[in-house]
Design a protein around this ligand. Structure first.
Ligand SMILES: Cc1cc2nc3c(=O)[nH]c(=O)nc-3n(C[C@H](O)[C@H](O)[C@H](O)COP(=O)(O)OP(=O)(O)OC[C@H]3O[C@@H](n4cnc5c(N)ncnc54)[C@H](O)[C@@H]3O)c2cc1C
Length: 322
C-alpha cells in the first residue's frame, strides 16, 4: 500500500486551509472530508448557516456554503485529493499511521485532525428549522448577534455557565434586553462572570428567567417567542423575543481518538507544544475547533489549519519526507 505523506481528516475551514497550504507545499495531501459523522457534512459547520459577516475579505458577507465551496475549490486547484467518507478508526501506535473509513484504509506519515466540534442544541423541531433558515435562532452570538434583526430587540440566551454570560453580555451591545433562561435558580458561571451578569441586570440590560426550560420555539419564518416550562411548578407560558441563542456547550468530534490522543475533560484535543498544533502523538497535528473551546470562529480555525500544515511540512522534512 502506498503511504500518503499527509492525510487531513475534516473539511471545515481548518481542514481545507491545511489542505491549501499542504498542497502548495507539494505534500499532495489526501483530505478525508467527512460524510455525516458528528451530524456534520463536508464543509463543516458553516454549511448550516446563511450569511457569514465576519470572515475577512468579504465586505458584503458571504453565504456559508459558498465560502466553503471556494475553500474546497482552492484546495483542489493545488492538487488536494478528497475522499467523501467518515474516518471510522485510526491506529497511531506505529508509523506509518493507519486511517480507516468504512470503505478504505490508508497509511500516512503525518495526519492533521480537523474534525471540529458541534454546538449542543435543545433538539426541538422548530429550533432546528429556524436555525437552518436564518430565522433568528443561533448557537453563536459573536457570529450572528450584530445582525440587524436583533438590534434593539429582546433576545433570549439559554444557559447558566460562563459562556451563557459571555454570549449574553456580548448581545447587550445590540439588543434592547437579553433574557437569560436557566433551568436552575442560580448560575453555574464563575464568580467574576456572575458579578458581570448581576451588574448588567442592575443596568436593565439583562434579566434572569429562572427554573425554566424551553419546550418550543414559536414563529413561522422568524422567531416570535418561546414556550417555557417552569421545572418546579410545571406551568407553561409564552415569552416574546426576536432571537434565541443557545449557550449550552459544544461537543468536540473526538470520540474516534479516545485512548489514542490526549484530550481534556470535555474531549478537546490537547496540544503538547505551546504555540503549535502538535497533538500528543508525534506526527499528528490538530487544528480548528477540535482543539479550541475558546475562540471557535471560522477565521481562527483557518488560522490553526494553516499552522498545522506548516507544522506537518516541517516535521515531515525533519523525518526526510519531502
Ligand atoms: C450555525 C453556525 C453558524 C456559524 N457562523 C459563524 C460565523 O458567522 N462566523 C464564524 O467565524 N464562525 C461561525 N461559526 C463557527 C464556525 O463554523 C466554526 O468555528 C468553524 O466551522 C470550525 O471549523 P473547523 O474546520 O474546526 O470544524 P468544522 O467546521 O466543525 O468542520 C469539521 C469537519 O470535520 C468533518 N468530520 C467530523 N468527524 C469526522 C470523521 N470521523 N471523519 C471525517 N471527517 C469528519 C466534518 O464533516 C467537517 O467537514 C458558526 C457555527 C455554526 C454552527
Amino acid at each position: 500500500m502506498a503511504v500518503e505523506k499527509l492525510v487531513i481528516v475534516g473539511s471545515g475551514p481548518a481542514g481545507l486551509t491545511a489542505a491549501i497550504y499542504a498542497a502548495r507545499a507539494n505534500l499532495h495531501p489526501l483530505c478525508i472530508e467527512g460524510y455525516n459523522a458528528g451530524g456534520l457534512i463536508p464543509g463543516g459547520q458553516l454549511m448550516f448557516t446563511t450569511e457569514v459577516e465576519n470572515y475577512p475579505g468579504f465586505p458584503q458577507g458571504i453565504q456559508g456554503p459558498e465560502l466553503m465551496k471556494a475553500l474546497r475549490d482552492q484546495a483542489e486547484r493545488f492538487g488536494t485529493r478528497f475522499i467523501r467518507d467518515d474516518v471510522s478508526a485510526v491506529d497511531f501506535s506505529r508509523r506509518p499511521f493507519t486511517v480507516q473509513t468504512p470503505d478504505t484504509t490508508v497509511q500516512a506519515h503525518a495526519v492533521i485532525v480537523a474534525t471540529g466540534a458541534r454546538a449542543n442544541w435543545l433538539d426541538l423541531e422548530n429550533e432546528q428549522r429556524l436555525a437552518k433558515s436564518g430565522g433568528g435562532v443561533s448557537a453563536c452570538a459573536v457570529c450572528d448577534g450584530a445582525l440587524p434583526v436583533f438590534r434593539n430587540q429582546e433576545v433570549a440566551v439559554v444557559g447558566g455557565g460562563d459562556s451563557a454570560i459571555e454570549e449574553g453580555s456580548y448581545l447587550t451591545k445590540f439588543a434592547k434586553k437579553v433574557l437569560l433562561i436557566h433551568r436552575r435558580d442560580q448560575l453555574r458561571a464563575s464568580k467574576a462572570m456572575q458579578e458581570r451578569f448581576f451588574r448588567l441586570v442592575k443596568e436593565g440590560k439583562m434579566e434572569a428567567v429562572w427554573d425554566s426550560v424551553v419546550v418550543d420555539v414559536l414563529g413561522d419564518k422568524t422567531i416570535t417567542g418561546l414556550r417555557l416550562k417552569n421545572v418546579k411548578t410545571g406551568a407553561a407560558r409564552d415569552l416574546a423575543c426576536k432571537g434565541l441563542f443557545l449557550a449550552i456547550g459544544h461537543t468536540p468530534n473526538t470520540e474516534l481518538f479516545k485512548s489514542v490522543l490526549a484530550m481534556d475533560d470535555k474531549g478537546y484535543l490537547v496540544l503538547t507544544k505551546a504555540g503549535s498544533t502538535y497533538a500528543s502523538v508525534e506526527g499528528v497535528f490538530a487544528a480548528g475547533d477540535v482543539a479550541d473551546h475558546v475562540y471557535r470562529q471560522a477565521v481562527t480555525a483557518a488560522g490553526t489549519g494553516c499552522m498545522s500544515a506548516l507544522d506537518a511540512e516541517r516535521w515531515l522534512a525533519a523525518q526526510g519526507i519531502e
